[in-house]
Design a protein around this ligand. Structure first.
Ligand SMILES: [Zn+2]
Length: 157
């Protein structure tokens, strides 16, 4: 599975990639040199909106892609065509969109006191981050993600 390092302008894309199980490091304050070093040590592909950053990476033989757009649809389309990434709905594996850690399936009783009452009534499948404890369910946010993926997969971007 490909692993990424997204620069400070790509927060939304980072959450998206994590949601689809692609480990994505996202730090907002780091120099290009530090990013390159981290990418080399951890075998990460750098994603950046800056052509300059991407050129600098490539000169040092670090795999990097420039995503010169702030549209999430366009960004996903570029990744799909350049890296042949598949966005399968629902994802086979998910990582925590906040902290990039593994999440585990939970029984409703285990987390019922931590979620809104309406959510507990309307949903049956829940996951929780092993590190930061964030709870996930396939709610309205999920519908939004599904629509974006459908657009990208159908080539409507
Ligand atoms: Zn987390």
């Amino acid at each position: 599975m490909l692993r990424f390092y997204a620069d400070s302008m790509l927060g939304k894309l980072s959450r998206f990639l994590r949601f689809f199980g692609y480990s994505t490091l996202y730090r907002s304050e780091e120099t290009v040199e530090a990013m390159i070093e981290t990418a080399q040590i951890n075998d990460l592909i750098i994603l950046s909106q800056s052509k300059l950053v991407v050129n600098t990476c490539q000169k040092q033989n670090v795999k990097a892609f420039s995503l010169p757009t702030s549209s999430i649809d366009e960004q996903l389309k570029i990744l799909k065509s350049e890296l042949e990434i598949e966005f399968v709905v629902p994802p086979k594996e998910m990582l925590c969109s906040l902290c990039n850690s593994n999440i585990s399936k939970k029984e409703k009783d285990e987390i019922i006191d931590k979620i809104p009452k309406g959510t507990a009534q309307n949903y049956d499948d829940f996951w929780q981050c092993n590190e930061c404890d964030k709870i996930y369910w396939l709610g309205s946010h999920w519908e939004n993600i599904k629509r974006i993926i459908e657009r990208v997969e159908k080539g409507k971007v």
